[in-house]
Design a protein around this ligand. Structure first.
Ligand code: 5GP
Length: 208
């Protein structure tokens, strides 16, 4: 095991367009000990998305078989498509002492917290305002107007789940939010049930 500790699950949720992907990518780039949980989905790849890089793209049959075999740690329908976290790679990473990042919705976050309360750290990312969220959705040029309207309608019901999360952070700009998220990660790694090295030190001091 790396670092003498079990890894933790860093679960990030946010309304679509809040900057979640940029943030999770930044964490992984700066810290090789953190791995990304590559989800499975039945939605079709968008332009530029690759199988095994952005998602495990599955057809309904493969998805249902994986679900039936207990292959998902959590699963949910989001925007009419099915998504799921593959159990085996996540458990392997955690056992090896890596932290694992999840970019999932609130339904998945809730399931992971129920399944593994001691391993989970739940972080909710807010946009600075609904107006700014719409501006970002329009300027990223990824979705048509109908989808943007749909995502805006969903944003409020998404945010209504913030109370189930351990932390809430606002994404004004990348530098500020990364400072806050890195502080969360440092604190969570120092928690007694994860910081086994320090616990062993304390015990050895008591033996002297
Ligand atoms: P998109 O299709 O735009 O990549 O993702 C749509 C939504 O599905 C996002 O909120 C994303 O976080 C969520 N999502 C992606 N993968 C998973 C997953 O494995 N489980 C759950 N519950 N939600 C997911």
């Amino acid at each position: 095991m790396n670092n003498n500790r079990r890894g933790m699950m860093l679960i990030f949720c946010a309304p679509s367009g809040t900057g979640k992907s940029t943030i999770t990518h930044e964490i992984i780039t700066q810290d090789p000990n953190v791995k990304f949980s590559l989800s499975a989905t039945t939605r079709k790849p968008r332009d530029g998305e690759e199988h095994g890089v952005h998602y495990h793209f599955m057809d309904d049959k493969e998805y249902d078989e994986t679900l039936g075999n207990g292959g998902f740690l959590e699963h949910a329908s989001v925007f009419k498509h099915k998504y799921g976290t593959l159990k085996a790679p996540v458990m392997k990473s955690l056992d090896e002492g890596h932290d694992v990042i999840f970019d999932i919705d609130w339904q998945g976050a809730r399931q992971l917290k129920e399944t593994a309360p001691n391993d989970c750290v739940l972080i909710y990312i807010l946009p600075p305002s609904l107006k700014e969220l719409k501006r970002r959705l329009v300027s990223r040029n990824k979705d048509n107007l109908e989808t943007i309207e749909h995502r805006m309608n969903e944003a409020k019901s998404e945010v209504s789940h913030y109370g189930e999360f351990d932390y809430i952070v606002k994404n004004d700009n990348l530098q500020d939010i990364m400072g806050q998220i890195n502080s969360i990660i440092i604190c969570e790694r120092l928690k007694k049930h994860r910081n086994l090295k320090a616990v062993a030190l304390a015990e050895s001091i008591l033996q002297e």
